[in-house]
Ligand binder design. Structure first.
Ligand code: G6P
Length: 457
């Protein structure tokens, strides 16, 4: 550990706010892996976490200054709504996220027009606003941990104002090599990499993303920056406490009653295109079609919650997800059996309850920086459930050897893999589950934090 004070900076903070029916502001835990991984590290400490006020309710909560909620000390960075929307929706989510996850349908997109250039300027401005907010708030000699693709340009702007602080950047996403990065306009790719390498060091979850980053720096800048690999892990105590909570226990009892002795395939994800939800449903439909013994005998629980609904792609994707689930139920359901359980309620204890109960956990992203759900499942599952994992998830580097491989685009292959996982011998199930638990328990979020601090030296 270090004696230096720590500041965390990210777009999404650990808590978000909304107004309840009585008009009162209520806090809830933020969505996604970044928050669930980093949250336990700082809860109850004096680490300040700077994050964007993303909604009007967040802005109102932020007007009070530092917010103490759910054990966090959060300082909201209030950026004017329209530039913020352009930086978040147009640049971070529609451009960088799509580039990093290989999600463009290239004959049609991307398209960098004049309007997009305004959004790029907004992204620069938001990064500058964050750098200024950190420069004002950071204690002397702090280590500033800048998170993710929303804030790639913070480091250089911050170090200009505060040479005493050390900024380390960490990407929770994949990173593209030169071929994939080359969809961005040349000057934008260069500015982005200059921003990232302007941090003291850049971290990634796996050697694969680090190698891609190094190669892109060589290709675009003609030199490398300093980079390191450090995989985040789930906090066993935190996730086990959620699993043991009354809310999760009640959800587990409901699930047990609903399932009886049927097998249970589960997934837990944001409704996010890179998570490959639709091919997951198609694979389940194929399983029922081609492996008839499972008709009536398996339930697929998709605990998936809405995300980034400001983007038309995500709204449409949510509808496609709902339709896919309905179609399977329409075709196969009987009076006693509903094959797909679709839960979009964003209820964390209920999702964790599903993770305790699965026989098979499906994690089949087309590309994913890490995937903490695979790790959380390994820690709380009590049935020696099998992990069906895409090698495109960063977690594959650690867990691939103790899981069943699913090629993200191979729907029929995924259905066969699900069948193989459901029929695996109990000895093999136990051996894989124990191996995964050992791998995941060997690291904690504190190791990740230590490695950021080591990278700051
Ligand atoms: C991923 C990203 C995070 C992001 C999260 C949720 O985990 O790495 O930076 O916060 O998704 O996405 P959202 O756009 O809702 O913040």
């Amino acid at each position: 550990m270090t004696e230096r004070p720590i500041v965390i900076v990210s777009n999404r903070g650990p808590v978000s706010f909304r107004w309840d029916d009585q008009g009162e502001l209520v806090a809830r835990r933020g969505a996604g892996g970044l928050v669930s991984g980093l949250g336990p590290l700082v809860i109850g400490t004096d680490t300040t976490w700077l994050a964007a006020a993303m909604s009007e309710a967040d802005r109102e909560a932020a007007s009070a200054g530092v917010i103490e909620a759910e054990g966090f000390r959060v300082q909201a960075v209030s950026v004017p709504a329209e530039p913020y929307r352009m930086a978040y929706d147009v640049i971070a989510n529609s451009t960088l996220w799509f580039t990093y996850h290989g999600m463009f349908d290239r004959p049609l997109r991307p398209r960098f027009d004049r309007r997009w250039r305004e959004a790029w300027q907004a992204y620069r401005d938001v990064n500058q606003d964050f750098a200024d907010a950190v420069a004002d708030a950071a204690p002397a000699d702090a280590v500033v941990l800048v998170q993710d693709l929303h804030l790639a340009l913070v480091g250089p702007a911050l170090e200009r104002r505060r040479p005493d602080v050390t900024a380390v950047h960490f990407s929770h996403t994949p990173f593209p090599g030169p071929d994939d990065l080359s969809v961005l306009p040349d000057d934008v790719a260069e500015e982005l990499l200059l921003g990232m390498t302007g941090h003291h060091a850049c971290g990634f979850h796996t050697a694969r993303w680090q190698a891609a980053f190094d190669a892109s720096c060589e290709a675009v800048l003609g030199r490398r920056g300093r980079s390191f690999v450090s995989a985040l892990s789930s906090d066993p105590d935190d996730i086990e406490a959620v699993a043991a909570s009354p809310a999760a226990q009640a959800a587990r009892a409901d699930l047990d009653e609903l399932l009886g002795d049927r097998a249970f395939i589960a997934r837990v994800d944001r409704i996010e295109l890179s998570k490959n939800l639709l091919r997951g449903f198609e694979a389940f439909a194929d399983l029922l079609d081609h492996h008839p013994r499972w008709r009536g005998n398996v339930v697929f629980g998709a605990f998936v919650y809405p995300s980034r609904e400001g983007l038309p792609e995500y709204l449409a994707y949510r509808q496609q997800v709902e339709t896919a689930a309905e179609e399977i139920n329409r075709r196969w359901a009987t009076a006693e059996w509903t094959p797909v359980l679709l839960d979009t309620s964003d209820d964390f204890p209920r999702s964790v309850a599903a993770l305790t109960r699965y026989d098979v956990l499906l994690v089949n992203p087309i590309r994913d920086g890490l995937n903490l759900v695979a790790k959380e499942g390994a820690l709380v599952n009590d049935r020696d459930g099998v992990l069906c994992l895409s090698p495109e998830a960063g977690a594959w580097a650690e867990l691939g050897e103790a899981s069943v491989r699913v090629h993200p685009y191979d729907v029929a292959g995924t259905a066969d893999a699900l069948d193989g996982a459901l029929t695996m011998s109990s000895d093999d199930r136990r051996a894989q589950a124990e191996a995964r638990r050992a791998i995941v328990s060997a690291r904690s979020p504190a190791d990740w934090l230590d490695e950021q601090l080591a990278a700051a030296r």
